[in-house]
Write a protein that binds this ligand. Structure first.
Ligand code: CA
Length: 218
C-alpha cells in the first residue's frame, strides 16, 4: 500500500516514514500543502496522513481541494492544535479520522488499517481469499492452513493483490503500490516477486491474465 505523508515537522516526519516502512508500506513524504496536491494529482495513494498546520496551503484547504476534485482517498488528519474546532472542521471538510499530536506509531498503524479496510469495503480485519488468509495487523499469512514466510515486498504485493476480490492488477499499478518516488524499480521487479510468491504458495495461486496483469486465484 502506498501512503502519502504530509508533515512539515522533520522529526515527526522521519519517525513516521521509518515506522510505516518497517510495516511494509511504501511512503512518500511532502512538507507543504501545494506539494501534497501535486502528489495526489500524479500518484494513486491508498491513504493520506495530513498535518493540519502546514506552510502555504493548510491541511483544511488541502482536504477541501481534494474533495472538490472528487478525490476519494482516505484522509487521516494529524494536528497539534488540540482544539475541538479544528477536528470538526477537518472531518466536516472530508477527512475520515484524526489523531492528536504527539501520537503513538502503533495507534497510527491501527487507524491506517481501519481506514484501508473501510475503503476496501471490508468489515473483517482478516483478509480471506480462497485458501489464503492475511492478517494485516500482524502481517501473518497462511495458505492451505500453513504459515508462509514472506519478504517485505512479497507481503506488500500479496496484500495488494488480495485487497479487492476479483481485480486484475497491471504491472504498473502494482509497481505504484509497492515503490515510492525514491525507489528505482527494475523492469521485471514485479515478475520476480510474483515468481517467488508462486513458489511459496502454489503455481495456481496467482493467475497471469495475458496482456492485462495478475489476478489472485480464489
Ligand atoms: Ca505542522
Amino acid at each position: 500500500m502506498r501512503i502519502l505523508l504530509v508533515e512539515d515537522d522533520e522529526m515527526i516526519g522521519e519517525s513516521v516514514v521509518a515506522g510505516l516502512e518497517s510495516e511494509d508500506y511504501a511512503v512518500d513524504w511532502v512538507k507543504d500543502g501545494d506539494s501534497a496536491l501535486i502528489a495526489m494529482n500524479t500518484t494513486p495513494f491508498s491513504l493520506v496522513i495530513l498535518d493540519l498546520g502546514l506552510p502555504g496551503k493548510d491541511g483544511i484547504q488541502v482536504i477541501r481541494e481534494l474533495r472538490a476534485r472528487r478525490n476519494p482517498t482516505p484522509i487521516l488528519v494529524t494536528t497539534a492544535r488540540d482544539t475541538v474546532d479544528d477536528r470538526i472542521r477537518g472531518l466536516d471538510s472530508g477527512a475520515d479520522d484524526y489523531l492528536i499530536k504527539p501520537y503513538d506509531l502503533d495507534e497510527l498503524s491501527a487507524r491506517i488499517r481501519a481506514l484501508l479496510r473501510r475503503s476496501a469495503g471490508r468489515a473483517d480485519p482478516i483478509i480471506e481469499r480462497g485458501e489464503l488468509r492475511i492478517s494485516p495487523a500482524t502481517r501473518e499469512v497462511t495458505y492451505r492452513g500453513q504459515p508462509v514466510i514472506l519478504s517485505s515486498k512479497e507481503y506488500a504485493l500479496l496484500a495488494a493483490l488480495a485487497e479487492r476480490q476479483g481485480v486484475v492488477w497491471s504491472r504498473s499499478q502494482l509497481e505504484e503500490k509497492l515503490y515510492n518516488w525514491d525507489n528505482t524499480v527494475g523492469s521485471n521487479a514485479i515478475e520476480v516477486h510474483i515468481h517467488h510468491l508462486r513458489k511459496k504458495l502454489s503455481d495456481s495461486a496467482i493467475k497471469t491474465v495475458r496482456g492485462v496483469g495478475y489476478l489472485l486465484e480464489t
